[in-house]
Design a protein around this ligand. Structure first.
Ligand SMILES: Nc1ncnc2c1ncn2[C@@H]1O[C@H](COP(=O)(O)OP(=O)(O)OP(=O)(O)O)[C@@H](O)[C@H]1O
Ligand SMILES: [Mg+2]
Length: 431
């Protein structure tokens, strides 16, 4: 067996498992500039929960790298694969193409001893956008809707930009309580709007303003009484891609996406806490029972969901996973161009960072905050010496307190995230 570097795995696990349950993400770059060449293969532990941060400037390969992790998880040996699921929150609508093999890079893949390969992907579109998909002739596997009753009055207030102690916030609180009282958890936006209408204590002007927001929220085509069962998104060994790109053009588009991520996080967390108990029972009694697999949740543009400043509807649910996700087995892969804009707890808890080129001083300083055991000058020097090619990055491993320059491997599956070019290639699916 050729030599390997395994990161994100402690000595005990290395002794017990060797390189089982690791992801091949690339090769060590040795030497500077012209002299630089690729040597040892680098593997990352994916069997245990982690918080991985992928940072770097626009177009340097961050979303591409997330795809590498997803690929590797679905290619693990069956006994490990069955215990893991991947949920990718697709803000740009770029991951649908993973089902197709990466034919355009066949030659490059050959140099790496790899072959193009499509993956098992479940593609979810918000229920309200199904018609658009069908009209455009685009494929999807499942629709996504969210249970309205899971949202608190506070979630709605943050989403609509109302303070909870102002009349609008108070009206929302009353309406949500009234809906819950009348229908338990099984209510939709209509029931909230009816409660607003029935509210005798609130001024008409306030009621109109609040009702206006809820009626806009109905247009999102996302909330229902029941919503998609979270187990559908947590399929063993399968990548679930949730396309939220359509909300880019909707006013308050980020808020909608924040609500989606917030609710997915909460449901995944609840589901895994229960599954963890079942797993413990199985260990004690030996009796096998149905349970949800561990989750790798991948979030692009993470600073929009968990910002350094201000609250979003996904802040609290993501922070819960950041702080307490290890025990229920939830991993996060957070992608951002601006680590400086990401919540400090996510920075502090990250145990592995993959950094592509970064030049802004504030962002380099943010890396220092993550990896206090490193000298910033080392990081800067490595970043500056890195070959200027796509997928060249540094890996900071908190487990081993080591730093590596890495060339991320080419993707087996088609990546749709490149910049469009006016020059089309013949015979290949367009980027
Ligand atoms: N490891 C790699 N090997 C080969 N090509 C790569 C690699 N990483 C990235 N690329 C190329 O770079 C392009 C841009 O990568 P990607 O879409 O991941 O950028 P990004 O960092 O996510 O950018 P943005 O911040 O704008 O979202 C890809 O389409 C691909 O062609
Ligand atoms: Mg990207």
């Amino acid at each position: 067996m050729s030599e390997k570097i395994v990161v994100g795995r402690d000595r005990e696990d290395l002794q017990a498992y060797g390189d089982k349950g690791t992801a091949f993400i690339g090769k060590h770059i040795v030497g500077k500039g012209e002299e630089a060449h690729l040597t040892t293969s680098i593997y990352v532990d994916v069997a245990r929960p982690h918080i991985i941060l992928v940072v770097g400037k626009r177009g340097c390969g961050k979303s591409y790298t997330a795809g590498i992790f997803a690929e590797e998880i679905t290619k693990l040996p069956e006994d490990i694969r069955q215990n893991l699921s991947v949920i990718m929150v697709d803000t740009m609508g770029i991951y649908w193409s993973m089902r197709r093999p990466n034919e355009k890079d066949r030659d490059l893949l050959r140099e790496w001893g790899l072959k193009p390969q499509g993956l098992e992907v479940q593609f979810f579109v918000p229920k309200g956008y199904v018609e658009e998909y069908e009209k455009a002739g685009l494929e999807y596997d499942n629709t996504l809707s969210l249970p309205c009753g899971e949202l608190t009055a506070a979630d709605w207030c943050i989403t609509f930009g109302f303070s909870q102690i102002e009349p609008h916030g108070i009206a929302i609180d009353r309406a949500v309580k009234a809906a819950r009282k009348a229908h338990g958890d099984a209510y939709g936006i209509e029931e909230i709007m009816k409660a607003i209408d029935d509210d005798k204590r609130t001024e008409q002007q306030v009621k109109d303003a609040v009702a206006g927001r809820f009626s806009a929220a109905m247009e999102w085509g996302l909330f229902e009484k029941k919503g998609t069962p979270i187990a559908k998104l947590m399929q063993p060994g399968v990548i679930s891609v949730v396309d939220t790109s359509h909300y880019a053009s909707v006013s308050s588009g980020w808020s909608v996406r924040n609500l989606i991520v917030g609710l997915i996080c909460r449901k995944v967390y609840q589901e895994r806490v229960i599954s963890r108990k079942i797993e413990e029972m199985e260990t004690i009694t030996g009796e096998k029972r149905q349970k949800a697999p561990m989750v790798w949740l991948m979030v692009d543009e993470a600073h929009q969901f968990l910002p350094a400043e201000g609250m979003t509807p996904s802040t609290e649910p993501l922070l819960t996973i950041v702080k307490q996700g290890r025990e229920p087995g939830i991993s996060l892969l957070l992608i951002t161009q601006r680590p400086n804009k990401l919540h400090e707890d996510a920075l502090a808890q990250a145990d592995l960072v993959i950094s592509n080129r970064l030049t802004a001083r504030a962002d380099l300083d943010a890396l220092r905050a993550i990896m206090q055991n490193y000298v910033l000058e080392d990081i800067e020097e490595l970043i500056n010496n890195m070959p200027r090619q796509k997928g060249a990055a540094i890996v900071l491993d908190d487990n081993s307190e080591r730093l590596f320059a890495i060339q991320i491997r080419p993707r087996l599956s088609w990546h749709a995230g490149g910049s469009p070019s006016a020059i089309k290639r013949k015979g290949l699916l367009e980027e």
